[in-house]
Design a binder for this molecule. Structure first.
Ligand code: SF4
Length: 765
């Protein structure tokens, strides 16, 4: 697909897919004298995966050489109505004209931008800046809104700061008990499973909460299978028992939290028998879970999409955080709450400006000080920056009406958005749609202009993984002729729209500006450089650049020099205890001290007076709230937006399979993965199948108020009899998201992918 990189040695980099960002190396190869490609070489030094890769990562180079990847721009011709090859000049001109004409005719907010959680930090930053400075629109959001936004909102509310895991993933192996809520990590990120295996080998316990007996649940000491949409009640029931059994850590609650009386009262209204009725989880299992969780000296709760993708996702996560706070399992080593982010850069994607209400550095768009800081870096007046815009689904829902032109980068909402048939009709109703992608995705196929862009192994950039560790993806190949990078695309469009400067194509140059824009913000990257990332194999944010001024200010009050509440409030790891991965890096040695004090990974970074070491573990001394205390959320159970009734009597929940990733735009192009997971299916319990008269493989229509999806039956006792499951990676008749409910969480604006009411029919196909 490309030319040989200057280096013939393997190039250290990271997987293009999920939020683990597994380390791998790429070695250039030219089989049989054909075009130069790359093969994956094991890289054991990166502590998150220690060389292990799942099938998606291992086969990722296949997409680089895929026959269906785009290598020339496409423009829809008015005469034929078809997408046909065009020059880059014509394609970029058409996009610039399309966006500008819409803005002139209908106002700047009639132009929208939709990004992706797979874009590098540099691209996310440049896309946010492009939207707000060049287009002047408030209408930008990204598909990461569908990923962990509920956990982000709950994190903010409880701790004053949102970072997926406030500790390194390796800590999971060294705690005493892990509650995994709504995560099928054995299929979504298999290399992470080894940390749980080590936990169990060391005598730790694993509790899995999932309506299905998944591959992950099979590993559990205790599997709780609540009815979909009732995780909140389950957490409240556990907290009720914690109180009733006298297991509250009163000293911790008193010293480090606020809001306990209200949260306690809410939990006491959810007595175990009531919770059993709501969730279907028997009271003895609730008691067993509390005994395991509180019986260990250290415990963690990790949530994923299960509790988060609900119309009450923020409160649901809040209830699990409450459990951690009441038992003193937060703000200390080897205990706490964390979110297992999904997309490769779901974390960094929002930290740097793709999210509708945020500016780089995780600053709030409606904060005057934040606007002034970022505007100064961008060389514009603060008043020139638009305010917060619509969230992802609301933006898609407004297409063709309030928002009439759209630039879309790194996303395929026609498959991944809820109520997808409606989203498809909104996309079709646009005056103008431009898409930058590596293949002609289902969404790109609707566009007026499609731009072929470079892939992960063909360009350099940084990603922020689920731990808040900023890693460097290095180019191992040059892109094929006819392909440009997303940064080149944004630079070309900006130039056509009057911004000759400010949008460089060089990723490191963009990162240098990002560092300045993030300085002093909650997600402070100012002390992180490409060089440091390379030397340290990743740096955890917050990592402020140490200057005389910031050292003094942060050392004293944990407050930034400009007076804003910044990273200093969360900077609770001292320089000597900063090594995140001590256990791994001190191979063969005794286990590292829980806080990493015996580790060696941070090298000279940790020495007093040197650069900030980064912050592997947050909140050890104080939380990032104004008063330093974590806040309980007084949350109560409420039903899903759509409950079963006579017409739609069954619950549908959706999710992922091992061999496919998100909308499948890349993984469906890999033969080995397609063989392993060729298409959608409907998992249902034998009792449900019998009632329907369905045999294994029979075509089942799953029908909701929004549409129908048809896929073969997969009959299994691993699912509750009142629930069916569909994976969502495919388009066409089996598109699960045709059926899902776009009911939004009032805080995070997360759609309710995880639960809706359906009826089942035997279909002819
Ligand atoms: Fe890639 Fe995630 Fe698989 Fe690791 S677990 S190889 S990051 S898809």
């Amino acid at each position: 697909p490309g030319e040989h990189s200057p280096a013939s040695d393997p190039v250290d980099t990271h997987c293009p897919y999920c939020s683990l960002q597994c380390g791998m190396a790429l070695r250039p190869v030219a089989p049989d004298g054909g075009p130069v490609g790359v093969e994956v070489v094991e890289r054991t030094a990166f502590p998150v995966n220690r060389g292990a890769l799942c099938g998606k990562g291992r086969t990722a180079p296949a997409v680089l050489s895929s026959r269906v990847r785009l290598t020339e721009p496409l423009v829809r011709r008015p005469d034929s109505g078809r997408l046909e090859p065009a020059t880059w000049e014509e394609a970029l001109d058409r996009i610039a004209e399309g966006l500008a004409a819409t803005g002139r005719a209908y106002g700047r907010d009639a132009v929208g931008v939709f990004g992706g959680g797979g874009l590098t930090n540099e691209k996310a930053y440049a896309l946010g800046k492009f939207a707000r400075v060049v287009l002047g629109t408030s209408q930008i959001d990204y598909n990461g809104r569908f990923c962990m936004s509920s956990a982000a909102a709950a994190h903010q509310r409880a701790f004053g700061l949102d970072r997926g895991l406030p500790f390194p993933l390796a800590d999971v192996a060294r705690t005493g008990c892990v509650v995994l809520v709504g995560s099928n990590l054995a299929e979504t990120m298999p290399p992470a499973l080894r940390h749980l295996t080590e936990l169990k080998e060391a005598g730790g316990r694993l509790i899995v909460v999932d309506p299905r007996r998944t591959r992950t649940a099979e590993q559990a000491d205790l599997h709780l299978a609540p009815r979909p949409g009732t995780d909140l009640a389950l957490a409240l029931g556990l907290l009720h028992l914690v109180v009733a059994e006298g297991r509250v850590d009163e000293e911790f609650v008193e010293r480090r939290t606020s809001g306990w009386p209200e949260a306690r009262a809410a939990a006491m209204a959810h007595w175990p028998e009531l919770v059993e009725r709501i969730t279907g989880v028997p009271v003895p299992e609730l008691r067993k879970a509390v005994t395991m969780f509180c019986g260990a000296e250290n415990s963690m709760v990790l949530t994923a999409r299960g509790p988060e993708q609900q119309s009450k996702g923020t409160d649901t996560v809040g209830a699990w955080i409450n459990l951690c706070l009441a038992t003193g399992r937060a703000g200390r080593p080897l205990s706490g709450y964390g979110c297992l982010t999904g997309q490769g850069n779901g974390q960094g994607g929002r930290e740097h400006g793709q999210k509708a209400d945020q500016l780089p550095g995780y600053r709030k768009l409606d904060d005057p000080a934040a606007r002034a800081h970022v505007a100064a870096v961008w060389g514009v007046e603060p008043d020139a920056l638009p305010g917060p815009g619509r969230s992802a689904y609301e933006l898609l829902d407004a297409l063709g009406r309030d928002v009439r032109a759209l630039l879309l980068m790194g996303s395929n909402p026609l498959v991944s958005a809820p109520r997808a048939a409606h989203v498809e009709s909104r996309l079709r109703s646009l005056d103008f749609l431009a898409v930058a992608d590596v293949v002609l995705s289902e969404t790109a196929a609707l566009a007026d202009v499609v731009l072929p862009v470079a892939q992960w192994a063909e360009e350099t950039g940084t990603m922020t993984n689920l731990e808040g560790r900023v890693v460097l993806r290095r180019a191992a190949l040059t892109p094929p002729p006819g392909v440009r990078t997303d940064l080149q695309v944004l630079g070309g469009l900006a130039a056509r729209l009057g911004w000759e400067k400010g949008f460089p194509a060089d990723a490191e140059e963009v990162f240098e500006e990002l560092r300045r824009a993030s300085a002093g913000g909650p997600a402070d990257y100012s002390g992180i450089t490409y060089r440091r990332i390379a030397e340290e194999d990743g740096v955890f944010w917050p990592c402020p650049e140490r200057t005389e001024r910031t050292e003094g200010a942060m050392g004293a009050e944990g407050t930034e020099a400009d007076g804003s509440e910044g990273a200093g409030r969360a900077d609770s790891v001292d320089a000597e205890s900063a090594d995140p991965d001590g256990a791994e890096r001190a191979e063969g040695a005794e286990r590292a001290h829980p806080d990493g004090a015996k580790g060696t990974g941070s090298g000279s970074a940790g020495r007093a007076g040197g650069p900030h070491p980064g912050t592997p573990r947050l909140f050890l001394d104080r939380f990032a709230t104004d008063d330093g205390r974590a806040r309980f959320a007084p949350v109560g159970h409420r039903p899903a937006a759509e409950e079963p009734d006579a017409e739609y009597p069954v619950l549908l929940t959706t999710g992922r399979v091992l061999a496919q990733y998100q909308s499948g735009a890349q993984t469906r192009r890999v033969a080995e993965l397609n063989e392993a997971a060729p298409g959608p299916y409907v998992q249902l319990h034998p009792r449900l199948a019998e009632r329907l008269g369905a045999d294994e493989g029979a075509p089942i229509a799953v029908v909701s108020r929004r549409g129908r999806a048809v896929a073969p039956a997969r009959i299994s006792r691993d699912i509750r009899p009142d629930t069916v499951f569909m994976p969502f990676h495919w388009a066409g008749p089996g598109r699960a998201n045709t059926v899902t409910n776009p009911a939004l969480d009032p805080v995070s604006r997360m759609p309710e992918f995880k639960v809706c009411a359906v009826r089942l029919e035997l279909s002819e196909g």
